[in-house]
Design a protein around this ligand. Structure first.
Ligand code: FDA
Length: 305
């Protein structure tokens, strides 16, 4: 089922047609408060009293025209300024192929540098999402280049890839900020652990390797997961080595495990929900369905009213 859904995520015909179907538009609302930034901002303001911070992402990937990338940069600059003015964390997350990585890596780097500058000016943060493994190396190189000039910039790293332990070691000298996720794309056997239990084991191993570095102030680590037993094991280890709860940050996606996230916030962890918005939700939404095929039943319920 996961494979079929991830195949559907990259199918151009489905990408063009599914977003026009009303039941699909109804179903996507579970993970997305609305298609415009104002809906995302409103959702962030509603979560703030629960101690949950925000992380905004305008959906989009694999653009085919650099003019579009320029518009994406302007949009995120607006988001950073508007969120800061509204008293909400000016934190954004962006995919390199949304900034032009398929077309021109140099322009993509310039776009990221500009956004990192805007995030710093707003006293916020810029996150670089990690896409499929065809982009891993280029994304790491972009991150290394941006990190040279900017401190408030982080990168997502995927526990399902065999290469990830080595990549973390490679990033350590630049004192990175890392969001550890399990990984959401269809990957070949020779690049990624096919079995979920191995991905989970690697997630645990990578976090326990990184936590002592967090304690030494050499790394900022964010757990990007909804896996509550995993979060509990990692936070237990963090406590055992005397890392303050506020330094173990947990980020989740809007609409998933919200109550558990509020509980973690109440316990003193830094928490954040990633609020996605925008009309280009198709591929992103299909990856959410693939993460939990039971979600397809929810879509079916929307279909049959
Ligand atoms: P796991 O799949 O084990 O799920 C744990 C539990 O969470 C499940 O049992 C279920 O109850 C619940 N759950 C998980 N996904 C759900 C869903 N879609 N709907 C309903 N319930 C669900 N990936 C990537 O490749 N690059 C990236 O840049 C990012 N960025 C990112 C940011 C943030 C803040 C998060 C939370 C996630 C990402 N991801 C990502 C996605 C990530 O790689 C992964 O696919 C999902 O988080 C699902 O895996 P879990 O870690 O939640 O564990």
């Amino acid at each position: 089922m996961r494979g079929i859904l991830l195949w559907c995520a990259t199918n151009p015909w489905l990408a063009a047609h599914v977003p026009t179907w009303s039941f699909a538009r109804r179903a996507v609302k579970r993970f997305m408060p609305g298609e415009d930034f104002d809906s995302a901002l409103k959702a962030a303001q509603e979560s703030k009293p629960k101690g949950i911070g925000a992380l905004f992402t305008q959906l989009g990937e694999n653009i085919t025209d650099l003019a579009e990338a320029a518009e994406v940069v302007q949009h995120f600059e607006m988001v950073l300024a508007k969120a800061a003015a509204a008293g909400v964390d000016p934190v954004v997350s962006v995919k390199p192929t949304h900034l032009g990585l398929d077309l021109d890596p140099k322009v993509t780097l310039a776009n990221l540098q500009r956004l990192a500058g805007a995030a710093e000016k707003a006293k916020g943060w810029l996150w670089v999402d990690m896409e499929g493994s065809a982009y891993t190396e280029a994304t790491l190189e972009l991150y290394e280049a941006v990190r040279k000039n900017h401190e408030h910039v982080g990168i997502a790293i995927q526990a399902y890839l065999y290469r990830t332990a080595r990549d973390i070691g490679r990033l350590m000298p630049i004192q990175p900020t890392i969001r550890l996720v399990k990984g959401a794309y269809a990957e070949p056997l020779e690049k990624a652990f096919p079995a979920k239990r191995d991905v989970d084991a690697n997630y645990l191993a990578l976090s326990t390797f990184m936590l002592p570095e967090v304690q030494r102030g050499k790394l900022r680590l964010v757990l990007g997961t909804h896996d509550l037993p995993m979060i509990s094991r990692i936070t237990q280890f963090a406590r055992a080595i005397e890392i303050d709860r506020s330094q173990v940050e947990v980020n989740m996606l809007y609409g998933i495990q919200s109550e558990a996230l509020a509980k973690l916030a109440a316990e003193g962890h830094t928490t954040r929900q990633l609020i996605a918005y925008g009309p280009a939700w198709y591929g992103w939404y299909l990856r959410r369905l693939a993460e939990r095929p039971a979600n397809v039943l929810f879509v079916a319920r929307q279909m049959f009213g």
